[in-house]
Design a protein around this ligand. Structure first.
Ligand code: SIN
Length: 460
């Protein structure tokens, strides 16, 4: 296996053929990243910040080109891809600023002749493994804080979507970030996991992807006690309470559910709606969902692109069939859902959902919205928490007491209250339970790239 064919999921055509990086070269690149680390960590924070700003500027100047690459290799509609480029850039901007705010502190010592100073130092060379669903944003969310902290980074992008990474890294070099400080390798996920976890040089591994793969990486990293950040699977619940604004709840549910054709870790997976309003909510949801235009993301007006590949389609179709067999009511027939062929599925709402359905317990990664009615809010919260995942959750209520009650009782790291789009570079994104550990974004997102050192100074 020496060649990687990058496919367009809308057409299944090969858009680029790349050489895989052989293992000896990957190891050489990691060594070079270490050499680069020894000088990059000495670059003052203001200069690092300026280089990140220069990268951000170039990303902005190449926004259309990057967005087109994202759509071609990942399938998401162009307007969403343009939004992703802005989102990706916002991480570079945020960490360009945070680079200058890595404050230390002094601690009052227990003797007048002593002084204790605490400072943060970069952890070293970082190995990053990124997913296909956000080919730009998941790169910058890892690379920008790593570089800001003074680390160097070797990234293995998803084999489905390497082209955006390659272009982003080229732009970083053009911006003056040293060549060996930010690198990519084209290898399989399995090889990356083995090489990164076994490397004595790599000090930190950051991964976004599935929980099973994350567990393997954690196991591998444990043998050399490597620092890891894991952003893993989700199964986001949505609770719509009877005092919610139904129209807003429908719009925001669509925003979270159908972003990237339902292929994000924080997409709504299951929707619990109070029985007083469930019929109205479902009617309004179906009407708007059926208006969504499905097609090649490069075509004008498309809202929902293809799924990433046939495996993705098969998994979603299996969940739809399972839900129908267990009493779910499909808003359009399976034939209609599959009518466009290829990797396309028309979005569907499944009403009358229940907890026995697979879709209520397994990540879907597709444009399917199952809705289940509830009578008691505590039951809804219990069902929402009844999962090994704890990444994102959403709820809708216009009562602040109810809102804070739900917020306090949901075991999730990212929560949207009347908000289907909570992600932001300035907020700490990450999950509880088997959704991983560590946070990306916000002031928290640079900490995983830093080690704390303290110095106790005695009398001179
Ligand atoms: C993800 O799905 O992993 C990321 C979603 C986001 O950053 O909004």
């Amino acid at each position: 296996m020496t060649k990687l064919e990058v496919l367009n999921p809308a057409t299944n055509e090969v858009i680029e053929t790349l050489e895989y990086t052989d293992e000896a070269t990957v190891n050489k690149q990691i060594e070079k990243a270490h050499d680069a680390f020894l000088s990059w960590r000495e670059v003052d924070a203001h200069t690092r910040s300026e280089k990140l700003w220069a990268w951000s500027k170039l990303i902005d100047e190449h926004k259309e080109e990057l967005a087109e690459l994202i759509t071609k290799e990942g399938g998401k509609p162009l307007k969403e891809a343009l939004g992703e480029v802005d989102y990706a850039r916002s991480y570079v901007d945020w960490y360009a600023e945070e680079a200058k705010r890595l404050y230390g502190r002094t601690i009052p010592a227990n003797s007048a002749s002593k002084k204790i100073i605490v400072q943060s130092f970069p952890v070293g060379v970082v190995g990053a493994i990124t997913p296909w669903n956000f080919p730009a944003a998941m790169i910058t969310r890892k690379m920008a804080p790593a570089l800001a902290a003074g680390c160097t980074i070797v990234c293995k992008p998803a084999v489905q979507t390497p082209l955006t990474t390659i272009r982003l890294v080229e732009l970083a070099h053009e911006a003056g970030i040293p060549k060996d400080a930010i690198q990519y390798v084209i290898i399989s996920g399995k090889d990356a996991g083995r090489i990164f976890t076994e490397s004595p040089i790599i000090q930190k591994i950051t991964f976004t992807g599935s929980t099973p793969v994350g567990k393997k990486l954690i196991e591998g990293a444990a043998s050399s006690v490597k620092n890891v950040t894991m952003e893993l699977g989700g199964l986001a619940p949505v609770i719509v309470h009877n005092d919610a604004n139904i129209d807003d709840a429908v719009d925001q549910t669509i925003a979270t559910k159908f972003r990237n054709a339902g292929q994000t870790c924080i997409c709504a997976n299951r929707i619990y709606v109070h029985e007083d309003i469930v019929d109205t909510y479902v009617d309004k949801l179906i009407q708007k969902v059926h208006e969504l235009k499905v097609g090649n993301g490069l075509d004008k007006g498309v809202d929902v692109g293809p799924l990433i590949n046939q495996d993705g389609v098969d998994k979603v179709v299996h969940q739809i069939k399972d839900a129908e067999a267990k009493g779910g009511q499909l808003s359009r027939s399976l034939d209609e859902i599959e009518s466009l062929g290829g990797n396309f599925l028309k979005p569907v709402v499944i009403s009358n959902a229940n907890q026995n359905m697979e879709i209520m317990h397994k990540e879907t990664f597709g444009p399917v919205a199952p809705v289940m009615a509830y009578a008691d809010l505590d039951d809804a919260i219990k069902m929402a928490n009844d999962t090994e995942f704890g990444l994102a959750a959403y709820f809708f209520t216009n009562n602040y007491k109810t809102g804070f009650y739900i917020y306090n009782n949901l075991d999730y790291g990212v929560i949207g209250w009347n908000d289907g789009g909570p992600s932001a570079a300035h907020a700490p994104f990450g999950g509880m339970k088997e959704s991983g550990y560590g946070r990306e974004g916000g002031i928290e997102g640079i900490q995983p790239y830093l080690e704390t050192k303290y110095l106790s100074i005695g009398d001179m």
